[in-house]
Design a protein around this ligand. Structure first.
Ligand code: ADP
Length: 443
């Protein structure tokens, strides 16, 4: 800067000396002063032109080459160039950081919506788009309340009490397939807000199932308990003869058995849910297992029906299944005992076990009994789901048999298929995968 001032004054002094040496006017002093003034204007003009060049260079926004190579203006343009490069670097770094943060928000399993102080949408991730049906091109800067028209959300926003969340239906929610979203707003920055949405449908369903399960178990236990209590009261208060006492005690034993069966089934279910998957290196011989089932089925048929059913077992010998014997026994015997319980006395039941041409093996129970209407079939494996409650209870059912079968089948990598025609009969089949089946010979 000092050097520049020095050159400026030197330039003027030289002009003044030249004016003095070669006077144009009648006085050397006036010529020297005028020459010095002209030199200042020339200096000013050159500087203005250089300044204009610098402005043009700045407007181009391309700082790869300096506007001036050297001198004062070279220095200025070089410094500007360095500042601009530092700014660009900073902008690139900030942009990279912003993209990283947005990518992290995008990867969030929750819906994320950034809102300005007027509840206008500034950004949202794909999960939020799926939850609320937002469109990135259409809905940016739209008011949240215009896009999610739920009264509960409108009053939530109006109340400004964001300590808790609210539950709103999801975009694809229908009466038959309700979707529930938990929406929670968190304030940040100057009046801005972050909206987090979470799909809680499965959670709510699990909670509803848990409530139903507790209610069902209580109901199932309360009924025999009430009956038992009644009999105890009768025995205590009425003078009964031996025959009557025997009759009441037999009825009490029946109710106690019912509770016992229910508790056993509940324990079986909880064991199935809590224990590790069945081993693949332990082998169970199917014919032995089915001999026991056949014996039990015939005994049950004799007990339930005056005219026992014709039960035929067609079992391919020499075949083994890998898994847990008790679980497999429980599943197969449940299907067979259901066939006995839901088939009239004089009808027939066929149980088959066969290797399949495509690999694996098929266990199948076919009956010619009551059959099941199509609308019930998908729900049969739900806990406590019964088509005919009184028939189930009268024959000692707990409503848990097919739920147990479903669990065992899943745990063994097998598949359960149910087909039935009302009034004609039902077919329950379990297809075991190839890796769980082998011939005894190859053992
Ligand atoms: P339950 O103890 O009531 O038999 P399950 O879970 O074993 O419970 O079966 C659920 C329901 O499915 C039964 O209540 C019955 O209505 C129906 N069901 C099961 N097996 C048969 C069958 N072989 N024929 C007709 N209905 C059946």
């Amino acid at each position: 800067m000092y050097w520049r001032l020095f050159v400026f004054f030197l330039f003027q002094v030289l002009a003044a000396i030249l004016g003095w040496l070669f006077p144009v006017f009648h006085s050397e002093v006036i010529t020297a002063v005028c020459a010095s003034l002209v030199a200042s204007y020339v200096w000013f003009l050159i500087d203005t032109l250089r300044g204009a060049r610098l402005v043009r260079w700045l407007r181009k926004d391309d700082f790869s080459n300096p506007a001036f190579e050297a001198g004062f203006w070279g220095d200025v343009s070089d410094r500007i160039r360095r500042l601009m490069r530092a700014r660009d670097r900073l902008a690139i770094e900030s942009e990279g950081r912003l993209q990283d943060i947005l990518a992290a928000l995008q990867a969030s399993p929750n819906g994320v919506v950034l809102l300005d102080s007027e509840w206008r949408i500034e950004w949202f991730n794909q999960t939020a788009a799926d939850h609320f049906g937002f469109d990135a091109r259409r809905d940016m800067l739209q008011h949240l309340g215009n896009l999610v028209r739920e009264p509960v959300l409108a009053s939530y926003l109006a109340a400004h009490d964001f300590l808790h969340d609210v539950v709103v239906p999801g975009r694809r929610s229908t009466a038959s397939n309700p979707i529930k979203l938990s929406v929670h707003i968190h304030s940040y920055g100057e009046g801005r807000s972050l909206l987090l949405s979470r799909d809680i449908t499965a959670l709510e369903q699990a909670e509803a199932m848990r409530r139903d399960f507790v209610a069902n178990v209580s109901h199932e236990i309360r009924t025999p308990l009430t009956v038992l209590g009644g009999f105890v009261e009768t025995l205590q208060s009425l003078p009964l003869n031996e025959q009557e006492r025997e009759k009441y005690l037999a009825l009490m034993a029946q109710q106690a058995d019912r509770m016992q069966t229910l508790v056993t089934d509940l324990l079986t279910l909880s064991r199935l849910e809590g224990s590790p998957l069945p081993p693949t290196q332990e082998w169970v011989t199917l014919s032995t297992l089915l001999e026991q089932c056949e014996h039990d089925a015939r005994a049950l048929s004799g007990l339930l029906w005056k005219d026992p059913q014709t039960i035929s077992f067609d079992v391919e010998e020499g075949c083994q299944v890998s898994g847990t014997a008790t679980e497999l026994h429980s599943a197969l015997s449940n299907l067979i005992s259901n066939a006995v319980r839901y088939t009239q006395g004089d009808r027939s039941i066929t149980v088959t076990w066969k290797r399949r041409a495509e690999g694996g093996a098929l266990f199948c129970v076919e009956d010619t009994g009551l059959g099941i209407a199509p609308e019930h079939i998908a729900r049969l494996t739900e806990r406590f789901y019964r088509v005919d409650r009184s028939r189930s209870r009268d024959t000692g059912g707990t409503g848990l048999g097919l739920a147990i079968v479903k669990h065992v089948v899943q745990r063994h990598g097998a598949e359960l298929t149910i087909s039935s025609e009302l009034g004609k009969g039902s077919r329950f089949a379990i297809a075991f995968p190839e890796h769980r089946v082998r011939d005894l010979m190859s053992a």
